[in-house]
Design a protein around this ligand. Structure first.
Ligand code: ATP
Ligand code: MG
Length: 408
């Protein structure tokens, strides 16, 4: 076993105050009880890159039951295959996992990943060298078994172990590769790059839910435009959703709304927009174009009911080849997109009266329309009028219910 390279605070310069208080508390408590425990993964990477970590994950030698015993009611164990501990501090959750061993050598899809291991085994099973660093809060050192520290300095993305094997074992890693490139503007190391080209079709063997989750995480990261550009360029999006990939390649305005989403998220918060709005920002122009080509150009009459049917078709055509969109999400997207044409009809000769529909998701449609205003400030006036009417109608409803209850 090769000893790890250890970097002192003089070298890594991670300021102690940037380490999350609760994560620090959890690590200290584990250590005081005789367990090894480190910060690991994305949190350490982000601290070294000087970006604000989204979350702090902890790896420890304590077994799930031992963690539970220490943290009692603030700790719940989750997961069936491999149990993780979630330690709660109000709304915040710190994830603690026991050191695990992975299968490094075999080039086949991993279905199980549930053997306890040593700290070194725990980092070797991780995806990229930059995600395989430990931070020891006790002595403030970065512990590196995989060469991730130097890769971060060189801004290089490299798999841990043989890239071909690692991508076949878990093809979602290819999506994650492009995600980190998009987010941190890193170079992909040559063997890793060749393995991506070689194995891209493997992506179809992975779980649609996991890929969709990575898409959402990217839409919530502020770097979604870069991410979808890379997914398209490397011909991965084409395998998952050919229609969307073609649209990104052919239509000039295809990224416009996603760019607005990126700016909005960066200004506000990763969760500032509902996920149905995020999906809507990807497919709105596809719908608009279909309505133009199929109805307006052909002078065929259409109304909101037809738009709803077309929207459903667009969602199915875009996502069905690989993904599953839940019924509730679909209903929300339909409502958001159809209401765009209520707020601003395609045929503008008709002057519309502002009437707020009885639709539980109308507020999402207004939020989406607000994003469109960033692209076309002329729409802001329309947005303001609808918004005022919406607020007004809600306060009236509330008054009505209050009165009704008072009568009872
Ligand atoms: P983000 O900032 O988006 O959360 P992250 O690197 O923290 O990025 P997570 O999904 O939170 O990503 O995963 C935490 C850590 O778990 C990663 O840093 C990596 O070490 C490891 N990991 C996650 N997914 C995989 C995977 N598919 N294969 C191997 N290791 C993984
Ligand atoms: Mg993370």
């Amino acid at each position: 076993m090769r000893p790890p390279k250890v970097y002192s605070i003089d070298e890594h310069r991670i300021p102690t105050f940037k380490i999350d208080k609760q994560a620090y508390y959890v690590i200290e408590k584990l250590r005081q009880n005789g367990f090894i425990s480190f910060l690991v993964g994305g949190g350490v990477r982000d601290l070294l890159l000087n970006v604000r970590p989204k979350d702090f994950d902890i790896s420890t030698s304590a077994k799930p039951e031992e963690i539970k015993k220490l943290f009692k009611r603030s700790c719940i164990l989750i997961g069936r295959r491999f149990r993780l501990a979630h330690i709660r501090f109000g709304k915040k959750i710190i994830e603690v996992s026991t050191f695990r061993a992975g299968e490094m050598g075999e080039a086949k899809l991993i279905l199980r990943d549930n053997v306890f291991g040593t700290p070194q085994q725990d980092v070797l099973r991780r995806d990229f060298t930059i995600n395989g660093l430990f931070y020891d809060v006790g002595v403030q050192t970065v512990i590196d078994y995989v060469g991730g520290y130097l890769d971060l300095e060189k801004k290089l993305l490299r798999t841990i172990g043989d890239a071909n094997v690692r991508f076949i074992q878990d093809p979602v890693r290819m999506i994650r590769l492009l995600k980190f490139k998009a987010r941190f503007d890193l170079e992909i190391e040559e063997k890793t790059f060749l393995a991506l080209k070689e194995n891209k079709e493997e992506i179809l063997k992975s779980s649609p839910a996991r890929i969709l989750e990575e898409f959402f995480k990217m839409l919530e990261s502020g770097s979604a435009k870069n991410f979808f550009y890379l997914l398209t360029k490397h011909e991965i999006l084409d395998l998952l959703t050919p229609l969307l990939s073609k649209f990104f390649q052919e239509e000039k305005l295809s990224y416009d709304l996603i760019k607005v989403v990126d700016i909005f998220i960066k200004k506000n918060h990763p969760k500032a927009l509902d996920r149905s709005i995020l999906i809507s920002s990807m497919i709105f122009y596809i719908l608009e174009k279909r309505l133009q080509v199929n109805y307006i150009d052909k002078k065929i009459f259409f109304h909101l009911g037809i738009i709803a049917i077309e929207t459903k078709k667009v969602i199915d055509d875009v996502f069905r080849p690989f993904f599953h969109i839940s019924k509730k999400m679909k209903a929300q997207i339909i409502s958001i997109l159809v209401n765009q044409f209520r707020i601003l009809p395609l045929i503008t000769s008709k002057r519309t009266r502002i009437r707020i529909p009885r639709d539980p998701f109308f507020y999402l449609a207004l939020d989406f329309f607000n994003l469109r205003c960033q692209l076309n400030p002329k729409l802001t006036n329309i947005y303001t009028q609808w918004r005022e009417k919406f607020i007004d109608s809600h306060s009236k409803k509330r008054k009505y219910f209050k009165r009704k209850n008072a009568n009872i």
